[in-house]
Design a protein around this ligand. Structure first.
Ligand SMILES: [Zn+2]
Length: 431
């Protein structure tokens, strides 16, 4: 079998701390990496994410990322029509260098493809709590969700389009990927699924987003009776407060009953209307991005980094959005749980991605070489990915990976009989 790529993600501070050539030397030799991307707009997070300390960073044990900063050089003209601008780093060590350009130059020298990721959050909390508060999603009581911007807000749409077009226009990149957080999912429940959990997840969306004025206007334009829908959802939401005695009684009775999610959707069409309103909104947003970016650079690959266990709860309908994606990366990192039983979950997750995007769309499957992964699980992740019709492998993520698990990538590919060859066609070449 042939896969086109092994793709590795890097952060600006990885390049600063370890040196780009050192990283690429290792990744090329030990993992057959032939494609890289910079997490170019990165959310607030501790690195490494899944372990206490970095396994191979020579300069620090941990790094506290700044909130939603851009590590390229945004061109002002790209944001002329956008009220929201990308925010740059305040870290003196990272300022004044264009990390995306450095990664592009270093990767191109080796004949690698290269891309940029716009990660989970696109605007920092300082601004969403202040000057950009009006761009933030609202709950059913009108309260803002911290940092979660609304995709029906025209300023957010203009900003999203500007980010993509800026990157596509000013950088020699092959793909732009995003895993931006969609609508607030409300009160979520454990992923381990029982019928009661499923019902609770469904009622929980009434505490999610978004109920802002832009959403109301968008919904009414689509013919939704917004007031009636919100009234019905509000009754459910009120039940989460036990001092709303009647609503809380009804909600508790529901959760303790044998009712199923499908029964609930049939009984309360307003729930389905809200789910569909949100998925239509996100699909439309990505459609607009796709159109604008392809106009700027027809050859660029627009990629979704698909990470949610319950994408529909944040308004993401993978089948709808896939119309506006050239490729999809599964972000399943089951290996890092250390639990071999999770590998069957991975298989089902990958089957679901392939099922929704169709057999011909370019599909990259991630494996995690991070704690508590083992070389055995990494190899198994590669095999499962191959069995689920993946076209390429991606590594999540180099910075927190133990070297024994990174080395297992090359042997895992060999053992699964997978050869990495750039010259196989993107679509249908493996089948
Ligand atoms: Zn909204």
């Amino acid at each position: 079998m042939y896969w086109r790529e092994v793709v590795a993600s890097l952060y600006a501070w990885d390049l600063l701390d370890e040196g780009l050539d050192h990283i690429l030397d290792f990744l090329e030799a030990e993992t057959l990496t032939n494609s890289t991307y910079l997490v170019a707009l990165m959310h607030d997070e501790k690195r490494p994410l899944t372990d206490f300390y970095y396994p191979h960073n020579p300069r620090r044990k941990v790094y506290w990322t700044e909130d939603s900063r851009a590590y390229w050089t945004p061109r002002p003209e790209s944001y002329e029509r956008s009220r929201i601008k990308p925010r740059l780093s305040d870290n003196a060590e990272l300022q004044g260098r264009d990390w995306l350009q450095e990664l592009i130059d270093g990767s191109r020298r080796r004949g690698m493809t290269v891309g940029a990721e716009l990660s989970h959050t696109w605007v920092d909390k300082e601004r969403t709590r202040g000057e950009l508060l009006d761009c933030v999603q609202r709950d059913i009581y009108g309260e803002p969700f911290d940092q979660q911007i609304c995709f029906n807000n025209p300023d957010v749409r203009a900003y999203g389009i500007a980010l993509y077009v800026d990157l596509a226009t000013h950088y020699d990149i092959d793909f732009i990927m995003t895993c931006v957080r969609g609508f607030n999912p409300g009160r979520t429940h454990p992923w381990a699924s029982s019928s009661a959990d499923d019902v609770q997840r469904l009622t929980g969306i009434t505490l999610g987003g978004c109920f802002c004025d832009h959403c109301r206007q968008t919904a009414e334009k689509r013919g939704i009776n917004w007031n009636a829908m919100v009234d019905r959802l509000r009754w459910i939401a009120d039940g989460y407060d036990r001092y709303n005695a009647r609503q809380a009684f009804e909600l508790n009775l529901l959760w303790n009953s044998s009712a199923t999610p499908t029964a609930l959707l049939a009984e309360i069409p307003e729930l389905y209307a809200f789910l569909k309103f949100r998925t239509d909104s996100l699909t439309e947003f990505f459609g607009q991005i796709y159109q604008a970016v392809k106009k700027a650079k027809p050859t660029i690959d627009i990629r979704l980094n698909h990470y949610a266990t319950f994408p529909e709860l944040m308004g993401l309908d993978l089948k709808g959005i896939a119309q506006f994606m050239d490729s999809v990366r599964s972000s399943d990192y089951s290996e890092q749980t250390g639990d071999p039983k999770r590998m069957e979950w991975k298989r089902r997750y990958l089957h679901n991605v392939r099922r929704t995007i169709g057999v011909d769309k370019y599909f990259l499957s991630a494996i995690s070489p991070r704690p508590k992964a083992t070389p055995e699980l990494v190899k198994q992740g590669i095999l499962v990915s191959a069995q689920c019709g993946a076209d390429a492998l991606t590594i999540g993520h180099y910075d927190g990976s133990w070297l024994n698990c990174l080395r297992a990538i090359k042997t895992g590919l060999e053992e699964a009989g997978i050869e990495i060859r750039r010259d196989v066609p993107v679509h249908g070449g493996n089948r």
